[in-house]
Ligand binder design. Structure first.
Ligand SMILES: [Cu+2]
Length: 173
């Protein structure tokens, strides 16, 4: 469903720009089969997005040690990112998540996450959040997929209460 709406959005752009400065057709009631074919072509293009697999681990058996590994990563713009997130902690209560956020917004989002509570994985409803995993248990591996955001730098943080020292940087290049 999400894929289709992306395709339709792109199709709309193509339809608006494709005709150049010739007659701008006001009615879009042309042969529906042609429209369907066009959408299919575009769906294929969307599916050809470069797929990039990244791995991030959460390490540490004590509050002093907790950290992401690696602390910096790069992915290409316009790629589809498959993240495998592994909680390598084994100490009791070492829950972690991975929350990709706009640069510099991590501490505010983590603070709001405490209010959101464990039922919401300590993830608040905030537009600055690009992607996130649920809270992982010790030894658990979680995979999520998301579209790389616009070129630039982003932070990834763990929003479990008190884990503010867990921070890394994702560069979209
Ligand atoms: Cu954590």
């Amino acid at each position: 469903m999400k894929k289709l709406s992306i395709a339709v959005a792109i199709f709309t752009l193509v339809a608006c720009g494709g005709e150049g400065k010739k007659t701008a057709p006001k009615k879009v009631d042309t042969a529906p089969t042609k429209v369907a074919e066009k959408e299919l072509e575009i769906i294929e293009e969307v599916e050809e997005k470069e797929i990039v697999e990244i791995r991030v681990s959460a390490l540490g058996e004590s509050m002093a040690e907790i950290a992401f590994e690696p602390k910096a990563l790069s992915v290409p713009a316009n790629s589809r990112v498959i993240l495998t997130f592994e909680n390598k902690s084994s100490a009791e209560g070492m829950l972690h998540n991975f929350v990709l956020v706009e640069l510099g917004s991590g501490s505010e989002i983590a603070a709001a996450g405490i209010k959101a509570g464990l039922d919401n994985n300590f993830v608040p409803d905030d537009k600055r959040i690009i992607a996130y995993t649920k809270m992982s248990n010790m030894g658990e591996t979680i995979t999520i997929e998301f579209d790389a955001p616009a070129k630039g730098s982003y932070h990834y943080v763990c929003t479990y209460p008190g884990h503010i020292s867990m921070i890394g940087r994702l560069n979209v290049i």
